[in-house]
Design a protein around this ligand. Sequence first.
Ligand code: 0A1
Ligand code: ZN
Length: 849
Amino acid sequence: MRDAAPQTIYLKDYAPFGFDVREVNLIFDLAPNATRVTSRIRFAAKPDAEHPDFFLHGEQLKLIRAAIDGQEITPTLTETGLTCDVPDGAFTFEAEVEIDPANNTALEGLYMSNGMYCTQCEAEGFRKITYYPDRPDVMSTFTVRVNGDLPVLLSNGNPTDSGEGFAEWHDPWPKPAYLFALVAGDLVAHSDHFTTVSGREVDLNLYVRPGDEGKCAFGMDALKRSMKWDEDVYGREYDLDVFNIVAVDDFNMGAMENKGLNVFNSSAVLASPETATDANFERIEAIIAHEYFHNWTGNRITCRDWFQLCLKEGLTVFRDAQFTSDVRSAPVKRIGDVIDLRARQFPEDNGPLAHPVRPESFQEINNFYTATVYEKGAEVIGMLKRLVGDQAYAEALDLYFARHDGQACTIEDWLKVFEDVTGRELSQFKLWYSQAGTPRVKVEEDWGDGTYSLTLSQSLPDSPGQVDKQPMHIPVAVGLLGPDGDEVRETQTLELTEARQTFRFDGLAAKPTASILREFSAPVILEHGVSRDAQAFLLAHDTDPFNRWSAARVLATETLIGMITDGKTPGGDYLDGVLSVLRNDDLDPAYRALMAGLPTQSELAGVLADRGLIPDPMAIWRASETLKQAMAQHAQDLLPRLHSQMRVDASYRPDAEQSGKRSLGSVVLSMTTRLDGGELAASEYAKSDNMTLQLSSLGALLRAGKGQEELAAFYDQWQADRLVIDKWFGLQVSLAEPDQTCAVAQKLTGHPDFHWKTPNRFRSVLGPLAMNHAGFHHGDGTSYALLADWLIRLDPVNPQTTARMCSAFQTWKRYDADRQALIRAQLERIAATPELSRDTTEMVSRILD
Ligand code: 0A1
Ligand code: ZN
């Protein structure tokens, strides 16, 4: 094994570190293959710890020299760190180590990307930079000197000195090592400034590679809006003189919230109308906000240990979603988030990788940056807010910041502020953090004598290591509609706390139609006893925009399942319902575009499996295609008018209004292309002057089996733009027909621009391969083998990205015996690879279990 033997770490074993760290001084002498890191760290044994063991993490370091209080020592080195005898009381530990950033392809620790030095320390990367207690509950101030012959030399905090070939930084806010950052390179700054509510002047810089200056304005604007929003809504002010963001091409994730020096995957910050789509702009805005909001929820208040990851991530996702809802459309944001939750979190929660929002054990923490920790973690906060109310939520957050500023906290600390503010007891609610799996809520209705009764029963399936779970505290938002569509009972939150509970609504003149789980008030699967007629009624009348969309989704799902399992033809109720929404000019175009969407093929496979059926990927694909065709024909007369209404004549803005129009315009274009063979799409492509339209028209053409000329022209036009070429790769794989998908992906992996060691490029081909449901699950198993080949190849280079992409196989037990055997063979082949990383070993063994 290249990694140290896998070891399971348990939450229950948490023990504090025996020493305080009072001050960290670091000097970096940069050199691509031999960077010297000199550290001086002031330690003091904690008053209550008797002769604690002194252990510092350290991996892949060459120790040159170590000393305590100026005396050279010879510490004991292990695969994972260093131990030595230390004096009682306070002492200074010094070390000089050598590291090799140019050969660090794992992108963890200090590495190089296009000649630029960059760090990624979360979760446990700092130990690849120097010896240190690399755990989030050890917090210290840092002073850093960077020596290097490069124009830009950055670290955390405020700049204190700089000159030819050096820069010094001091971060006055105690922080854990995972928030450390250093960047050095030939970069250019897009600069601006922000004045905080109390009058602090903050210099803002977005550092990019020369040539990318034209893609900075939107990210900078999003940053300033985020800073203002956090002051206005949460009362949180920025706390340094500078806020720097750096864009880097080689990055495993979206971005990283290092104190005062955020590092971003270039795809998560760089954008111009010509090169980025509306969806890219919206994602960038959300990620900028997310990383900025971490300054308080994550940095000022951090996590005691990595089991508490949801403390910062769930809360920060929740906060960035609030921001997006405020600056764009709240219903559109909520629907998008639920689509995403069902696509990514539900499969995780209902398969072999299921784990609680706060996991209780792990081998490799990097494998737990999951949709469950992030997105379900955010849902849990949304439920808490709904249960306590907006006012108490605001008071609890004020108390959280006041009580815990500067601390490394737990979920217990978080819930305690809510208990203290509200006087409520939250032990049952806390089960959301410890019980894995998506609760099922079954709905039964009764009506008589003016009383409508709703009986809700909950159950929580077994998941790895967890059986016989307890009932959860589930907020179910419900409203009632009368026969003419009027709301006869406003939304109220029912608190489902028992296995089965009945709620009564009295004094009704006629049997109502219930709109249940409004705004998706809890991350559960509703098992409706509600009829198809009632769903069609809700689709036409529901006053809750989320549930109106949800009714369309339920009808679409039932329509497709009827087509798949019984060969039915698409129902008129669904097609008519969607058509009337599409032609309703009073509704936001972005919302109308969502109403016309179908559940993904993978989601349908999940629904079928949930009902005890074996999904046939080809049958699902065919039904989806047939329904899209039927929808296009049904809407035929409306399409030309809608197309011209959605034309945007003003100059490009990536805001909600314009992007909503383009999004409905793109739906219209897809439908039209099914009817006109690509005529409109070709003309749209020819005149497109923004990436949203260019990509949607190219996509429509490819889907119609046309567009090869445009595809080649697109490549020629954008050859020099790495982010656009990622799109060019991805589009071809995601739109390939099922029996072509593997061949298309295989061919692209042979393209000279397929720089597979860059995670964005690797993901641009292999990601869509796994996401193209019918292509990936093609009966011959070639796509499984292709993905496995590439994962095996990537693992020694970049274990983190490899391990994350293994989750493509997590749903394997849904499928038929032949497909299961094919996937198992690939998983076993990966598992048997010599020297497989700890990351991938853990993922594959959990999936196979
Ligand atoms: N904390 C970052 C995400 C992040 C997590 C891990 C990383 O490397 C293993 C990198 C980034 C966020 O939530 O934005
Ligand atoms: Zn985060």
